[in-house]
Design a protein around this ligand. Structure first.
Ligand code: CU
Length: 164
């Protein structure tokens, strides 16, 4: 009986804890836009290797963040990526991946300006790593993508949910 009570209590606590972050919205959020691998099987020494595209993780983490209108998202960019933000309601399927622009030394970048509200700086070799802080004044659901065509194709995108 006590074990059952404990299990039910734990389940309720976990449920409450998992709901809390989704309901709360802060004035700012931090997103890892790409990352570098850190594994014993494939050690990475960027001091001597420099740019290591095979050890670059192409994800936006977390995939969805929620902030209050008027707040900011701090995109910590690791690797060769280019951020673009699209207006409220834009879906990944709305993006025209055939519309591209060439930046020397990189794969094609998506150049679809329809509903695009922000585009970040070009990836800047040799380190690429940087921070871009983007302001979101209006409520809505804003698609954020990496414009490098192969990165977008493998799912490097997510959403900033902005609540009043
Ligand atoms: Cu990318």
């Amino acid at each position: 009986m006590n074990t059952l009570r404990l299990a039910l209590g734990l389940a309720a606590a976990l449920s409450a804890a998992s709901l809390a972050p989704a309901q709360a919205a802060d004035r700012t959020a931090t997103v890892s836009f790409g990352a570098w691998m850190n594994a014993s099987s494939t050690p990475l020494d960027r001091l001597t290797t420099g740019f290591a595209p095979s050890q670059m993780i192409r994800t936006m983490t977390p995939n969805v963040v929620r902030i209050k209108a008027g707040g900011t998202v701090n995109f910590i960019v690791s690797g060769a990526h280019n951020i673009a933000v699209y207006d409220d309601g834009t879906l990944p399927s709305d993006i025209n991946v055939a519309n591209t622009i060439i930046v020397p030394g990189l794969p094609p970048l998506i150049n679809d300006a329809t509903n695009r509200t922000y585009r970040g700086v070009a990836p800047n070799p040799p380190t690429f790593d940087r921070v871009e802080v983007v302001h979101f004044p209006e409520p809505g659901s804003f698609l954020v993508i990496c414009t490098l065509v192969p990165h977008f194709a493998m799912g490097m995108y997510g959403y900033v949910e902005v609540v009043p």
